[in-house]
Structure formats: structure tokens, C-alpha cells
Write a protein that binds this ligand. Structure first.
Ligand code: DAH
Length: 325
């Protein structure tokens, strides 16, 4: 029989394991005895060549030794200190892997920027409803049934007479019903129109409505406030112009253009609140006056960031969105 002193070998391995104090040392011992070229592995390989009458006893002893060593190794492993960084050949001076951090959507960022400017001018931010009634989207804003200007604010209807608001102007009468003048509010939010989607149209987009009402706010206040707003947003050299326009809910009404390269670009609708809107809200038009305006958020964001397609805002491609961190 292969002349092996199993007891001595066991004592030797166990003493080695006992003396180990790190995972790495234990691993070394495991390789030395149980690895491919390890002592015990060598004995296992010999079993087949041991004389027949001794083979069973020899095989049992080798396997027993192997089991003992494995058990003891596992036991010891749970007691020693875990591997140090050095054992992993880890270079702690390498740059770390930054986790992915999300960021606010560019439309949200633009809404916040615009809102901050108006908050600085004493305006309060209020919230409106996206699902509205015909009254607040049209009638209260001086757009009677069958009036052709309904077409300009066409929207999606639901079966029960509710609709998706096509303009944030709905907030005007809702807020005036709730409070007494003076009031200075802005209302950001989504609006909906059945427009075919292309580079500059979407069936859903964002507006910010503004409304300032008290006993004496004039058209020149409107001009001053919007001038401050546009210069804060686009720089102090910005040129703007007021162009006469028609909106049912303001009188007089204007569209406001800004100079952009060698063109004029429309960015806002505005005007002095039409007395009939005050009446719908329960205000006496003899005692109050003020202005209102509406600005398209996507248009502003596109100008500020040089974006040429509105669809980019809604497709949620990370490559686009991560540029606005
Ligand atoms: N609601 C208008 C639109 O969607 C924008 C607008 C124009 C709002 C004039 C106003 C305003 O408050 O006075 O085109």
C-alpha cells in the first residue's frame, strides 16, 4: 500500500489552517492540498493504482481526509478577516464609476426658470386643471358657442361634456372666482390641441398663463413686466415688439415678437383683460383692470437651447435629455 501517514498529514493541514489569519492564506492552503496539483488531490488520483485488497481502506481514508480539510477550511474562513483590497489587486487610485444621476426634464427646467422670474416680480404660482369644462375653456373667456374663434382653440372632447383644456387661460376665471383682487398669478401646465405632430407641433404642449388684476394696472405695466421678463430670459440687449392681434379674452390684444438673428419671432400673446371676462368671474369691470398673457414653454426652451424639433422633448431619449443635467 502506498505508504501514507494519514494522521500526520491531517495534523499538518489542520495546523496550517489553524495558523492562517486571512482569506488569502486559507486560499493558499486550499490550493496546496486540494488544488489541481495538491497533495490530497494527488492521493485521490492514486486510489485506482493501489493494490485491490487495500484499495477500499485507502480510498475511504483519502476521502475522509479531504472532507475533514474542506470542513475545517470553511469553518476557519468564516472566522478570519475578509480579504483586504490588496488581495484583489485593486487599485484604489483609479477614478470611481459615477452612478447615473437623473435630472429635471428641460421643459420642467424652463418652467421653473420662467416662474422664478415672475415670482421675483411678486407673482404667485398656481395650478390649474387639465380636464376642463366648456365654460372655462371657452365661454368664460368670451368665446361663445358657434363663434369662429373657437376653432383656434379647438381641443379633445370626452363623452361627458368635459374637454382637455386647449389653453392655460382657463385658470384666469377659476382663480378670479376664488379670490378678490388684487391678484398676480402665473399658472404653468399642459394644454392639448388636435394638431398633427411635426417638428413644431404637438397635440400636447406647455404654456404659462399670467394674470395681474387690481384697480389700476395699465397696458404700460404689461409692457414693463414683459420687457423685464424677456430680458431676464434672453439677455439685456433683447429687442421686442408689440404687434396688434386679436384674442377674445383681451382688449386690446397683442402678440409679442422678439428679435432673433435677422427675424422677428412670436413668443407671447397678451392684452388688457376683456371686461366680459371680469363679468364671468363675478368682478365688476368698473372697479378692476389688468393684463393677461400666455407663453409657450416649448418655444422658449427651443430658442434658448437651439433645439429644432419639438418632438425631442417627448420622445424621452436619454442622449437628448442628459444634455440638460
Ligand atoms: N391662450 C392664448 C393661446 O393659447 C395665449 C394668450 C393670449 C393668453 C393672450 C392670454 C392672453 O392670457 O391675454 O394662444
Amino acid at each position: 500500500m502506498a505508504n501514507v501517514n494519514f494522521d500526520q498529514l491531517e495534523r499538518e493541514v489542520c495546523a496550517a489552517i489553524q495558523g492562517a489569519s486571512t482569506e488569502a492564506e486559507l486560499e493558499e492552503i486550499r490550493v496546496r492540498y486540494l488544488g489541481k496539483k495538491g497533495n490530497i488531490t494527488g492521493l485521490l488520483k492514486q486510489i485506482g493504482s493501489v493494490a485491490l485488497d487495500e484499495r477500499r481502506v485507502f480510498g475511504e481514508k483519502v476521502n475522509q481526509l479531504k472532507n475533514t480539510v474542506e470542513t475545517f477550511l470553511a469553518e476557519k474562513k468564516s472566522q478570519v478577516s475578509p480579504s483586504t483590497l490588496k488581495d484583489f489587486h485593486f487599485d484604489p487610485t483609479l477614478p470611481g464609476i459615477a452612478p447615473n444621476v437623473g435630472s429635471l426634464h428641460p421643459i420642467t427646467q424652463t418652467i421653473r426658470e420662467i416662474s422664478n422670474i415672475f415670482v421675483g416680480l411678486g407673482f404667485e404660482v398656481v395650478d390649474g386643471r387639465e380636464i376642463e369644462t366648456e365654460f372655462y375653456n371657452f365661454t368664460a373667456l368670451n368665446i361663445p358657442k358657434e363663434h369662429p374663434s373657437r376653432d383656434a382653440f379647438d381641443t379633445f372632447y370626452t363623452a361627458k361634456g368635459a374637454l382637455l383644456r386647449s389653453q392655460t387661460s382657463t385658470v384666469q376665471v377659476r382663480e378670479m372666482e376664488k379670490r378678490k383682487p388684487p391678484l398676480r398669478i402665473i399658472a404653468p401646465g399642459r394644454v392639448y390641441r388636435p394638431d398633427a405632430v411635426d417638428a413644431s407641433h404637438s397635440f400636447m404642449f406647455h404654456q404659462i398663463e399670467g394674470l395681474m388684476v387690481d384697480g389700476h394696472t395699465t397696458f404700460s405695466d404689461l409692457k414693463g413686466v414683459l420687457h423685464i421678463f424677456l430680458r431676464k430670459l434672453f439677455g439685456k440687449d433683447l429687442q421686442m415688439r408689440f404687434r396688434p392681434h386679436f384674442f377674445p379674452f383681451t382688449e386690446p390684444s397683442v402678440e409679442i415678437d422678439i428679435r432673433w438673428g435677422n427675424r422677428w419671432l412670436e413668443v407671447l400673446g397678451a392684452g388688457q383683460v376683456n371686461p366680459s371676462v371680469f363679468k364671468q368671474a363675478g368682478y365688476n369691470p368698473k372697479n378692476v383692470q389688468g393684463f393677461a398673457f400666455g407663453v409657450g414653454v416649448e418655444r422658449i426652451a427651443m430658442l434658448r437651447h437651439g433645439i429644432n424639433d419639438i418632438r425631442l422633448f417627448f420622445e424621452n431619449h436619454v442622449k437628448f435629455l442628459e444634455q440638460f443635467q
